[in-house]
Design a protein around this ligand. Structure first.
Ligand SMILES: Cc1cc2nc3c(=O)[nH]c(=O)nc-3n(C[C@H](O)[C@H](O)[C@H](O)COP(=O)(O)O)c2cc1C
Length: 186
């Protein structure tokens, strides 16, 4: 059995390897984390997103979205987010808590320039996301730079739960101490 998850440094390396793989490989488990936010009206909200960047040195990750989507209103009201990834082959759950900043306009222009034309239609379209439609065909896709936003997610804590054959191991790493890490009871 791999010893990766038997040490705290090995565990943290494994997290960042998986996040990097998620950015590079469409089939990697970390390609599609679930992003949870404090919903509007006191509720909670969660949805699948695509992981677009992972920067270990600064402990930041990136997600791209439409400025008109509900999640933008939600993180504007409360920037606290959580993301979760399940890697079934490694039998590890990765949970991230993060604080979101929204980049748009000139701050997002470099990223927009690198998005293929066809994929830009994810950002824009009318009517806005969440608007009731009498028929799905009423929606007109469109690529609109002003509707493109980068969610820049500053990771505040990383938790892992590894389901090992001998035991389950849960670790927690926090920005406050440079992600030194400690074991906690699973
Ligand atoms: C596989 C998959 C990938 C997705 N990737 C993104 C994404 O990167 N950004 C995004 O805003 N929505 C993405 N979505 C759509 C969201 O899950 C969600 O339906 C949409 O963003 C509206 O969410 P909201 O109203 O909570 O903002 C994706 C959905 C799926 C199924």
């Amino acid at each position: 059995m791999s010893k990766t998850f038997e040490t705290l440094p090995g565990t943290l390396d494994a997290v960042w390897q998986r996040l990097a793989r998620g950015v590079a490989d469409r089939r990697a488990p970390a390609r599609h984390p679930v992003l949870a936010t404090a919903g509007q009206n006191g509720g909670a909200a969660a949805r699948v997103v695509v992981l677009r960047a992972a920067d270990r040195a600064n402990a930041r990750i990136e997600v791209h979205t439409d400025t008109a989507s509900g999640k933008i209103a939600e993180v504007t009201a409360d920037p606290a987010c959580a993301l979760v990834v399940w890697d079934p082959r490694a039998q590890v759950q990765i949970r991230l808590t993060a604080t979101a900043s929204i980049l748009s306009g000139a701050d997002a222009a470099g990223r927009w320039a690198r998005i293929p034309e066809g994929a830009r239609t994810n950002y824009g379209g009318a009517p806005a996301p969440g608007t009731p439609l009498a028929d799905p065909a009423e929606h007109r896709p469109g690529a609109t730079f002003d509707r493109f936003a980068v969610l820049d997610l500053r990771i505040d804590a990383i938790e892992t739960l590894h389901l090992g054959r001998d035991r389950h191991r849960r670790a927690r790493f926090e920005r406050a101490d440079g992600f030194a890490g400690r074991w906690i009871a699973p």
